[in-house]
Design a binder for this molecule. Structure first.
Ligand SMILES: [Zn+2]
Length: 282
């Protein structure tokens, strides 16, 4: 993607003035600030060849159409924040990990991870044969990465969109485990709560899930799981089709409807969770 964008003239490799950490040499960016690699305060000026995107002034970095189900609730202030970026974006960075830009003659530099992230999602989508990939992201994160993804959200007719979700209070895993014990939620059900139900909730509660709401959500989750045992009147296929229609339209209210939720709970335990991790591991 980067090579094609270079050939098209959208990106350029050009000498640019940057600041390097005076202690470890990490590139801190176009303006001087404390080193993110080692914390050192001092930096020195340096000019070197870098991968840059000089954004045409009439190019928005984020449009409403870049948000999945944007008609549900247009995030006006997000569009404004994302727009507040320098006219020249530096897309090459000094980092240990990332997509190497050495093939472009930029030894020791990798593609900025805020751009690389979009490529990773497109690659995963291609592997799964998904032609309408949606990347789940908080509003804050979207504001930080959107500009860097402007040229990296489309590839071979595939368009990557963001689905905005609220923050999930995962900060205190030990506390969450205790809470589950108090409410007699079994470890498999707890994993499903953490890795399946809370992420879905966060798509509905876009302002974030307050930690104080967790006990209530846990009780609700237990009720939904019990309701699941009382089996259905509507055929499974019809229910799934209806759920898919609502999700595509950005309508996640069904997550808070105990009957609908109970029918959507996956039969098989989630396998990407962390059921074997010791108490307190994050
Ligand atoms: Zn440093």
């Amino acid at each position: 993607m980067t090579e094609r964008l270079l050939l098209q003239g959208a990106l350029a490799v050009t000498p640019a003035a940057v600041r390097l950490c005076a202690r470890c040499g990490h590139m801190t960016g176009a303006v001087a600030h404390a080193c993110r690699a080692c914390g050192h305060q001092g930096s020195r000026a340096h000019t070197r060849r870098l991968l840059v995107w000089d954004r045409p002034s009439d190019t928005p970095v984020l449009a409403r159409e870049d948000i999945h189900a944007h008609h549900a609730r247009p995030p006006h202030h997000l569009l404004t924040i994302a727009q507040n970026v320098p006219q020249r974006l530096i897309l090459s960075r000094t980092r240990d990990h990332g997509i190497s830009l050495a093939p472009l003659g930029l030894d020791g530099l990798v593609l900025d991870p805020r751009a690389g992230l979009h490529i990773a999602v497109l690659a995963a989508a291609a592997r799964h044969g998904a032609d309408r990939p949606v990347m789940t992201v908080t509003e804050n994160a979207a504001a930080n990465i959107a500009a860097y993804g402007t040229l990296f959200r489309r590839h071979h007719g595939t368009r990557l969109r963001y689905a905005l979700h609220g923050r999930i209070p995962y900060d205190d895993p030990a506390g969450l485990h205790r809470l589950c014990d108090v409410h007699r939620v079994s470890p498999p059900l707890r994993e499903l709560f953490l890795t399946w139900f809370l992420p879905l909730c966060s798509l509905h509660l876009r302002a974030g899930i307050p930690a104080a709401q967790l006990p209530g959500l846990l009780k609700f989750w237990r009720r939904a799981h019990l309701a699941r045992l009382a089996r259905p009147d509507t055929p499974e296929g019809e229910l799934l089709a209806e759920l898919r229609r609502r999700v595509a339209a950005g309508d996640m209210r069904w997550v808070m409807d105990v009957r609908t939720l109970s029918r959507a709970i996956p039969e098989d335990p989630v396998t990407h969770g962390s059921p074997n991790e010791p108490e307190g591991a994050s």
